[in-house]
Design a binder for this molecule. Structure first.
Ligand SMILES: NC(=O)c1ccc[n+]([C@@H]2O[C@H](COP(=O)([O-])OP(=O)(O)OC[C@H]3O[C@@H](n4cnc5c(N)ncnc54)[C@H](OP(=O)(O)O)[C@@H]3O)[C@@H](O)[C@H]2O)c1
Length: 268
């Protein structure tokens, strides 16, 4: 089986690297195509993949084609791909907002998977939600899931609207965590800690809390109750967040991302 990744940017290279490390595919069964010469030279040095510079040389050879270019490049790319694809091939698109219907209509083929990864995929801790057209068989879905899982975990959703919804939670979510971290680091600096110490205080607190959460069956609410005793310091902080309705603000932010994903999807 041969996989082609089109677009060797942050995400395309992340998937190509994940797949090559996983050993699901044999050597020389991963082709990576990019339009930039500089990027192709970089890929050639990595040597896990075959670097390609012409669609004609690689699209017809691929069983699965990952499309990892920016959404605004999709239309032009699909026009050039259309004469080269065939109905046995499967497209896995990670482009935000580009719908299955748009891909089907542009390429004239039916086996389409639309996936939404997130940034931690770069360190093997990503979350990719995905949905497929009904022409993709169960066995093909298992294979795609294995490939997606080379960058972390994946979740299959039944309708495309859940791809937009997961954009609001996991897709854009790492930035919400960074926002929270930055705010806590700022507070630490104002309390007199150095940049270095502020970073350690905050990053270890985040990773420790997440580890606790992952290793238990306890909900975040119950964990809050466990750490916050009446009249204590943590309760003072949680009361302040409650008074300021921080939870509602976070929900609003997630819905802003969700709504923007829906809007972008209307363009395709
Ligand atoms: N980054 C994320 O966290 C994230 C999360 C979820 C989804 N996504 C989706 O992932 C996709 C890729 O994002 P990215 O951040 O990896 O973008 P990126 O770093 O800009 O990578 C895209 C690469 O594709 C190349 N390219 C553009 N048109 C091409 C063509 N016709 N043929 C071959 N290569 C072409 C670009 O070259 P040039 O730079 O020369 O144009 C660039 O090297 C986007 O659609 C985005 O919506 C990204």
């Amino acid at each position: 089986m041969k996989v082609l990744v089109i677009g060797a940017g942050n995400m395309g290279l992340t998937y190509a690297t994940g797949m090559s490390k996983s050993k699901i595919l044999k050597k020389h069964n991963i082709m990576v195509l990019d339009k930039s010469e500089k990027t192709l030279k970089k890929i050639d040095k990595i040597a896990h993949f075959d670097a390609m510079d012409k669609l004609e040389d690689c699209v017809p050879l691929a069983d699965i084609i990952f499309v990892a270019v920016k959404p605004f490049h999709a239309e032009e790319l699909f026009q050039r791909m259309k004469p080269l694809v065939n109905s046995n091939q499967m497209i896995v698109s990670i482009m935000a907002g580009v719908t299955i219907e748009f891909i089907k209509n542009s390429l004239g083929i039916d086996k389409i998977v639309r996936a939404m990864p997130n940034l931690p995929a770069q360190v093997g801790k990503g979350l990719t939600s995905y949905v497929s057209s009904e022409e993709v068989s169960y066995l093909e879905l298992i294979l795609v899931e294995e490939l997606l899982n080379t960058t972390g975990k994946s979740i299959r959703v039944k309708e495309e609207k859940f791809i937009d919804a997961s954009t609001g939670i996991s897709g854009s979510g790492p930035a919400y965590v960074f926002y929270f971290m930055e705010s806590m680091m700022e507070a630490a600096r104002q309390m007199g800690f150095s940049d270095r110490v502020s970073k350690v205080l905050v990053s270890q607190t985040f990773s420790g809390a997440i580890e606790l959460f992952n290793q238990s069956n306890i909900s975040p609410d119950d964990w809050m109750d466990k750490v916050a005793s009446k009249g204590g310091t943590t309760r003072a902080a949680l009361d302040s967040m409650h008074t300021n309705k921080v939870n509602l603000l976070i929900k609003d932010a997630a819905f802003a991302a969700f709504n923007r994903a829906v809007e972008l999807g209307e363009e395709y």
